[in-house]
Design a protein around this ligand. Sequence first.
Ligand code: BG6
Length: 492
Amino acid sequence: MSKDDTHLTQSLPPTILTIFGATGDLSADYLIPALLHMDEHKLLPKTFKLVCVGRRELTAKSYLDFILKKSHVVKKLSPSKKARFLKHLTYYAGDFEHVEHFTELAKILADADKPKHVCYNRLFYFATSPQQFAAITKILKSAGLLTACAAHERKTRILVEKPFGFNLKSAQSLNQLLLRYFTEDQIYRIDHYVGKETIQNLMVVRFANSLFEPLWNNRFIDHIEISVLEKDGAGGRINFYNQTGAIKDFLQNHIVQMLALIAMEEPYNLTAEFIRNEKLKVLQALEPFTTEKLSSRLIKGQYRGYKNEAASSAAGAGENGTETFFALKTYINLPRWSGVPVYLRTGKRLNKKLTEISIHFREPVRCLFEGCAANVLTFQIQPDESVHLQINNKIPGFGVRLHHGDLEFGYNRAFSGEIPGAYERLLLDFMEGDQRLFIRSDEIEASWRFVDSITENPTFRSLPLYEYRPGSSGPKEADEWMRKDAKDWWTN
Ligand code: BG6
């Protein structure tokens, strides 16, 4: 983080951020840690208030203690940091099913404006399950929380967490609901992967270097791979995960968003509209699955022990076909990408946590030497944020033997200081009113249309579910399936 960042946020208008669902895991592990860190580094607006809303009866102080106990990220705070954060914080208890619980909240927000006759921008973070979005929107409307400020025009924005619906139909009704009360420029649909520093670097590497763009097409690229490997299992979120599975949890959002940034055309400029227009074209061009393609282009897996985890939780025992792993092949039906297979894969309880995008260039048409390897450009998104290019070099000595070496750029090696967390970046953009890293309604719907072609197909549930050992690299069937295409996973 640089001094410029501090400068920028300190000049933001007075802001009051209300988090609905403030006692949940997301708040404990991501939102409050991000806000604490921003507070410490003076990245919050100069005049800033935070209202945390949950069902439990708590005070601001006991809320913060509750979060510190619950959080896996921040466990301790020095008394001075705690005192500073508490200055911003109000806790409010209410049940979303009861609009009348929220009249006092309206008063808290209105009172913020009074003392100095300032008009706070009102930002609302929906950190709850999507089933509660309708109730919260109703609360905002009927408690008068969306009204304008007498003195100036205030900005009211909402930030909506994923999952944004469970299929195309539910996502469309969610969009319709939100668009009844808000305009598209007030709605911030989050995908925290897009906020990761290394994902933002994708556009920079592609469009700021003249080296890659001429080669970025089906003449030079053989295939694309995106692998998101996770070490953890479904854990405390098993009830949610059991209803979604890996495809809805990861493909619909994080993975297709990364793919869109890799495959899109250069936007005319860097405004949210132009960037999102280009991403949308890729999402709309993803080749839908047919029943026939489902059996040949998709592998589903489940880690051993998942059923027991589910059985001992509220998700319950019984038939459990939830996939905790998938690998699939698809195509992008655009002239630039015609015929280039795209391999996408994610899984839980694997041997490591690693997110990588690799672009596999074609091998030289004729290799003069023995042992030429294809060039591969790899973006390691996490944990070691870096970019790699595999090239052939000569091994020193007599004769000509090739070495497949790595040109590497590592964030941690090139820069000192911390890389900003995705939630900090996105919260800042939300406060600033910058929608570039947020997802537009049509992008969401296009990606659900693609995912629905898999998960809403009746055949989907009857496809084999291959078991894999926790701590392995996934089901062996996924490796064998890849070998049928004469390929190995790059990321293993
Ligand atoms: C969430 C998914 O969106 O992202 C989780 O619902 C997943 O299943 C998580 O574990 C991964 O995020 P990150 O930033 O740790 O890679």
